[in-house]
Design a protein around this ligand. Structure first.
Ligand code: SAH
Length: 222
């Protein structure tokens, strides 16, 4: 009998294209660089092995320890709101899987991503190295609610955990001009806010409703 080999490996590239078309383009993500980066970066490599089939679903993916990789649309929207051109130094607070850091790394000159949970910093570092996305992305372990004074100022800051108020340290470490995206509000429901610093003035505007895990640490939830 002739054997027929059937390859049941998922077609990740096709799933990724589907995500870009339906979840991102379909909902108004227009920044071509964001669309290209998310069309190239293998999100499945940042998803825990047992959950890979969820890689391109329209949902956050659990990372363990009550943390999640944000929904693809949210990662795209945050990146788009930062209006990166490729010259910026970016601080990310909440490295998690390292996926958003990889996306930001494709859009900016340099990314510093910090996580307060040592195991998460480790996970992000491993995933970034495995996917060769660690060239311009550094993962640090520490309390990102206090920013990273040694490397400030930052042209852009992306905060991937929710807080009641914009931490003063982050506002301080935001360059002028600078842009920050941050989920602000009570534990269970926040608004994504875009904070703009320019000419010594700070303005902020609403972007979308959202729900992030709590920002811990000195200027976060205790
Ligand atoms: N951007 C990540 C998802 C982040 S989930 C991704 O793409 O996968 C939120 C992360 O914020 C968690 O890993 C959590 O440990 C981290 N976190 C919470 N409070 C923090 C703080 N004060 N400083 C740094 N990281 C923090």
């Amino acid at each position: 009998m002739m054997g027929v080999e059937v390859c049941l490996l998922p077609d990740w590239a096709a799933q990724r294209r589907g995500m870009v078309n339906t979840q991102l383009l379909g909902r108004g993500i227009r920044d071509a660089r964001v669309l290209r980066a998310m069309g190239e970066i293998p999100r499945e490599e940042f998803v825990p092995a047992g959950l890979r089939p969820m890689s391109y679903q329209d949902d956050p993916v659990p990372l363990g320890d009550a943390q999640t990789i944000s929904q693809p649309y949210m990662t795209a929207l945050m990146a788009q709101e930062l209006e990166l051109t490729g010259t910026e130094t970016v601080l990310e607070v909440g490295a998690g899987s390292g996926y958003a850091a990889a996306v930001l790394g494709a859009l900016a000159r340099r990314v510093v991503s910090i996580d307060i949970v040592p195991a998460m910093a480790q996970l992000a570092r491993q995933n970034l190295r495995r996917t060769a996305r660690d060239g311009n992305v550094t993962v640090l372990e520490g309390d990102g609610s206090l920013g990273c004074a040694e490397m400030a100022p930052f042209d852009a800051i992306s905060v991937a955990a929710g807080t009641l108020e914009v931490p003063a340290a982050l506002l301080d470490q935001l360059g002028d001009p600078g842009r920050m995206v941050i989920p602000v509000g009570p534990r269970d429901d926040q608004e994504l806010r875009v904070v703009l610093k320019s000419g010594g003035r700070v303005e902020s505007r609403f972007s979308t409703l959202c729900r992030f895990v709590p920002l811990r640490g000195g200027e976060g939830w205790s």
